[in-house]
Write a protein that binds this ligand. Structure first.
Ligand code: DX5
Ligand code: ZN
Length: 236
């Protein structure tokens, strides 16, 4: 099943509670929180205090995407703040297995994120530990960037690895998910769709979340139908 995770990076930060409520009415089922430190990525955003405030205004899972160096130093703080899912970058974690264990130990669901240039097969050993794998389809740092097409191949590869290993983790995608890209993304196999600009960019998060989710579900329906007919209908 496809899910929409609105990314508050493109929301109006002065009205986060209202913006999140609107995105939820539009069908958002978890809130994606982009944490940037000005080191791992050039931009800076928010940290545990804002997550603690969000926790008070929404019951949706908070999906915290840590684009930070030394994430181990902050895992306890995110748990304390009420984060539900925490994903760390493969590229920021020299001891990734230990970092994932820490996230689990703090009662949160762990995810691993891969930058566009990072190969999917590098994480095969830790796949049994994760709740989700996040494929970055832009270089992390900003919202509103253009979708990188080869990300679709990475989603397909990951899906095949999951099948071969008999695992159940979810495949998340982040960056450039919008009306013109969402069908191909869903047909490639992504299930958790992060979208910032496409949901919040026009100032109509309820309407735009709903439209994007509708398009995603339509693509999922087409994919399922094509499976039933043995792939004879035209999808890619
Ligand atoms: C980018 C962030 C994304 C960002 C996506 O570094 O990780 O979550 O909000 O923005 P859009 O959907 O606008 O590409
Ligand atoms: Zn993100």
């Amino acid at each position: 099943m496809v899910e929409l995770l609105p990314s508050i990076l493109s929301a109006d930060f002065a009205h986060l509670a209202d913006q999140i409520a609107a995105a939820q009415r539009g069908g958002g089922s978890a809130i994606h929180v982009d944490v940037m430190d000005g080191h791992f990525v050039p931009n800076m955003t928010i940290g545990p205090p804002v997550v603690a405030s969000l926790r008070k205004v929404t019951g949706l899972p908070l999906d915290c995407h840590l684009m930070i160096d030394n994430p181990n130093d902050y895992i306890a703080a995110f748990a304390e703040a009420g984060a539900n899912w925490v994903s760390v970058h493969y590229e920021a974690c020299p001891h990734l297995h230990r970092t994932l264990e820490m996230i689990i130990h703090h009662g949160m669901k762990p995810g691993v994120v891969l930058n566009p240039a990072t190969r999917v097969d590098l994480i095969v050993e830790i796949l049994p530990m994760v709740h989700h794998v996040l494929i970055m389809s832009v270089n992390p740092g900003w919202g509103g960037q253009e979708f990188i097409p080869f990300s679709l191949d990475k989603v397909r590869q990951l899906k095949e690895m999951r099948r071969a290993l008999g695992l159940k983790f979810k495949i998340e995608i982040d960056g450039g998910v919008a009306h013109d890209t969402v069908a191909a993304i869903v047909k490639a196999g992504a299930e958790l769709l992060v979208a910032g600009n496409a949901v919040f960019g026009a100032g109509q998060p309820e309407r735009d979340a709903r439209a994007l989710l509708d398009a995603a579900r339509k693509a999922a329906g087409e994919r399922a139908a094509s499976k039933r007919t043995g792939g004879k209908s035209k999808i890619h």
